[in-house]
Design a protein around this ligand. Structure first.
Ligand SMILES: [Zn+2]
Ligand SMILES: [Zn+2]
Length: 268
């Protein structure tokens, strides 16, 4: 019952939300989809809102914060974010219910302890008011969430290298983006160091930094227009294979779907 559990509720530019915890309680990383959908998915896991001990926000883009106001104020769930991200949430047009009592500030590298979960924020490079990833430690395991990052900075790399499990961005295929219909300024924004991570960037990082602790990689935030799950999977599998790391044998690789919840992963 107290094994570590993970489920992606949604992943991508239409909304992001991840559950991590055990059979009796847990936290959400981001809440960028509708409250009713979140509640329904959690119920399927046997988790009610009162068993969610916090929402940890990565940054203040709409696809990550849409429901934090309602979850925080209506359901009294603490919403953890850095000061700059909270300021951004208060200003955001897409968060209609503003945060008061449920607002909790976190600082980079500060560890929040909720039951057996220990959650630490680290900085990532992106173009919101402030941008963080999270490492969630549970017993002797580490689960790192790194979404919406233009490149893998030194600080993010330190966290990712130690992870047993990770949610890691593979936003776009470089060829598809270059040859797609997006206007030039948007292509530039996505490719910038404060934009998103490509399949190649993710694959290269994983291949160069693979160690045998790493058991599961969940690829997140795949672009609908500039990526395909098969291409993301194949690109990263190829990078790993070039370093003799075999997907399915050394580690599991999963592409997270934009709208459909992933299966529930229960880790040994
Ligand atoms: Zn996003
Ligand atoms: Zn973003």
């Amino acid at each position: 019952m107290d094994k570590l559990r993970f489920q992606s509720l949604a992943s991508g530019s239409s909304g992001n939300c991840y559950f991590i915890g055990n059979a009796s309680y847990g936290i959400l990383i981001d809440a960028g989809i509708g409250v009713r959908t979140i509640r329904k998915c959690l119920r399927n896991l046997g988790i009610d809102f009162e068993n969610i001990w916090g929402v940890f926000v990565t940054h203040d883009h709409a696809d990550h914060i849409k429901s934090v106001g309602v979850i925080g104020e209506k359901y009294n769930i603490p919403i953890y974010a850095t000061r700059l991200t909270h300021d951004g949430i208060q200003r955001s047009y897409c968060v209609t219910e503003k945060l008061f009592g449920s607002k909790k500030h976190i600082a980079i590298n500060e560890t929040i302890i909720l039951g057996d979960l220990r959650i630490t924020a680290f900085p990532v490079s992106h173009d919101a008011s402030d941008n963080v990833g999270y490492t969630v430690e549970y017993k002797d395991k580490r689960f790192t969430f790194a979404t919406d990052l233009g490149y893998v900075s030194e600080e993010a790399a330190e966290h990712l290298k130690l992870a047993d499990y990770m949610v890691f961005e593979a936003n776009y295929d470089e060829y598809m983006l270059d040859n797609g219909t997006y206007p030039i300024h948007l292509k530039k924004r996505i490719k910038a160091n404060t934009g998103h991570l490509s399949n190649d960037q993710a694959g290269r990082f994983l291949a160069e930094n693979y160690n045998e602790n790493l058991k599961h990689v969940f690829l997140c935030h795949l672009s609908r227009e500039n990526n395909l799950p098969e291409i993301a999977f194949q690109t990263i599998e190829d990078h790993l294979l070039a370093k003799n790391v075999i997907v399915g044998e050394h580690l599991n690789l999963v592409t997270l779907s934009r709208f459909t919840p992933s299966e529930l992963y229960i880790f040994e």
